[in-house]
Design a protein around this ligand. Structure first.
Ligand code: HEC
Length: 155
């Protein structure tokens, strides 16, 4: 039987393995803007992931600020994927524009999940923030599965 903290640690490592693939590809314009935004979200997730893994001490205010940043940046996602825009050095899939409603719903879900996480972190008696963190990670993952090119070695 795996203990709960261990499960979260395993999740956090898996999340890092995925997010660590971000790199400078030399994209420009709106493609670079959205990649930078995603990299920022990855950094936010890392701040909280390290607290869950225990490599950094838990700091509720810092974690809440990271969650808040995801809430704000999630709202910008749809505008950074203009239809017919440049796809140079982009990992975005055409499915985004074929299933636009689902794509924007996914961005919406991210904002909501991050807001829930932020609330959980604001209430110091609330032990559910780790579960709320995992939900945010699930939304990132589910959007990437449907709308982002798989890079080599990624599952
Ligand atoms: C609504 C869909 C969606 C959601 C939600 C989403 N992403 Fe992304 N993400 C994408 C797409 C599409 C790309 C590819 C963008 C491109 O290359 O044009 C991407 C790219 C990335 C990249 C690579 C950026 C680079 O430098 O190339 C990282 C890192 C990333 N996302 C992290 C995250 C994290 C962390 C979350 C959750 C907090 C998240 N994403 C939520 C769709 C999403």
């Amino acid at each position: 039987m795996i203990s709960k903290p261990l499960l979260f640690a395993a999740f956090a490592s898996a999340a890092f393995a995925t997010f660590a693939l971000a790199h400078e590809k030399g994209a420009t314009g709106v493609v670079k803007e959205r990649q930078d935004l995603m990299d920022q979200q990855k950094d936010d997730m890392k701040v909280m992931g390290e607290m869950i893994k225990g490599t950094k001490p838990f700091d509720a205010a810092k974690a809440a600020a990271a969650a808040h940043d995801i809430t704000l940046t999630a709202k910008k996602i749809p505008d950074l994927f203009p239809k017919g825009g440049s796809m140079d050095k982009s990992d975005a899939l055409p499915a985004i524009w074929e299933k636009w409603d689902r794509f924007t719903a996914n961005a919406d879900d991210l904002g909501k999940a991050a807001a829930t996480l932020e609330t959980a972190l604001g209430d110091s008696a609330n032990q559910d923030w780790k579960a709320a963190f995992k939900k945010v990670g699930d939304v990132c993952k589910s959007c990437h599965e449907d709308f982002r090119k798989k890079e080599q070695g990624e599952h």
